[in-house]
Design a protein around this ligand. Structure first.
Ligand SMILES: [Zn+2]
Length: 158
């Protein structure tokens, strides 16, 4: 969390006993972080593509983006023509990536963090993102699963 130009990291200590002012060292796994940023940014991109292909009534609500398991879940039941929607989504995703949209992060408000995909409305989000959507290079929606008023769009970064 970034507050007043300082970045705070929070952990829950379960085993370690630290003394006050004891130095600790931490590091970020750069490779893993880049994959997470791509997978998470792709989640936003797919949510946008779902709207862009005309599924306006669909509201992407949640999802997961682990390295080998990513999806967007919507509060909506898809009826028929899954193959056509899958094809249209993949075409729209590549179209969006080819536009090389910048992603800006606005940290000026300590209570909400705004993420702005160039040309789109801001989204409140605390996750990590790529700086330009072209860094994703290629994303593919692999499966659409429909169950009880919910639709799940699985995807992967290629
Ligand atoms: Zn985000």
């Amino acid at each position: 969390m970034k507050i007043k130009k300082k970045i705070y990291h929070y952990w829950t200590f379960q085993v370690w006993n630290l003394e006050k002012w004891e130095k600790v060292f931490s590091s970020i796994n750069k490779e893993k972080r880049i994959i997470n940023a791509k997978n998470h940014s792709a989640w936003h991109l797919l949510s946008t593509a779902i709207k862009n292909i005309g599924l306006k009534e669909v509201n992407p609500e949640k999802g997961f983006h682990f390295p080998d398991w990513c999806y967007v879940e919507c509060n909506w039941t898809l009826e028929g023509y899954k193959e056509e929607i899958l094809k249209n989504l993949n075409t729209e995703l590549q179209n969006l990536i080819s536009k090389k949209l910048n992603i800006e992060v606005d940290n000026s408000n300590s209570l909400s963090r705004r993420v702005i995909f160039e040309g789109y409305e801001w989204i409140g989000c605390w996750w990590t993102h790529v700086k330009n959507i072209s860094e994703i290079w290629k994303i593919e929606v692999t499966k659409i699963k429909v169950k009880k008023w919910r639709s799940k769009f699985s995807y992967k970064i290629l």
